[in-house]
Design a protein around this ligand. Sequence first.
Ligand code: ADP
Ligand code: MG
Length: 254
Amino acid sequence: MQDTLRDNNTTTTARNNTGRPVIEAHRLSQRVATGSGTLTILGDITLTINAGDSVAIVGPSGSGKSTLLGLLAGLDRATEGSITLMGQTLETLDEDARAALRGQHVGFVFQNFQLLPSLTALENVTLPLEVLGRSKAGDELARQLLERVGLGARLEHYPHQLSGGEQQRVALARAFVTGPEILFADEPTGNLDTRTGQTVIDLLFDLNREQGTTLVLITHDDHLARRCAVQLQLEGGRLVDDRQMNKRPTDSRP
Ligand code: ADP
Ligand code: MG
């Protein structure tokens, strides 16, 4: 993996990476029909992310970052190519099976948070546990996570009573509550001031270190991107340097 690193001075991945692939994308493309022809949003993306990796997806606005994250997490279907998530080939699964796979293994923080407006902060965070049938044990964990992101005094607040940054932190607590093996986050510090952003970044990397959580993050924050062991750069829907990505030593398959 070291050959993909730019500017890297962290040993996080070397320590955490177990070499077991948790996400594999093969020749992934996403095309949509428009009035003026077919638009290629993502073209020919091949990559492997191993358990314990921390990966920053970077690139200009409109380069396909959110689209790629949604495909890798199994939220959307690619028009071409193949994705294996936790050993399961996503193209072979229907929506229910993909939802079950996500519920079991994946946490997702959306760019626009997607909190349920009729639920309090605490209820929003416990919701994924109820879907998994683990609602009782989760209440205390949800409280602890909300405290950890600095919202211990906001448990009963509704999303409209919270600032953008506070909603973002509720969304992070919700993503962590199931103890996901992979955490996907679209600009997780995008709405946070420097100090709160640092708290959230520390929380992400604590999880990465303590629980081996694989992190796949979109960010414009140089500091956050540099703390990730791998930086994937998108430009115009294509991975820059993807040949290097595919040559990395940890990508050797049996
Ligand atoms: P980023 O997250 O890097 O800003 P996105 O993945 O959101 O980029 O979008 C990449 C490009 O694809 C943008 O130009 C966007 O307008 C376009 N796009 C995304 N989804 C659709 C869609 N469903 N139909 C048409 N264009 C889309
Ligand atoms: Mg985006």
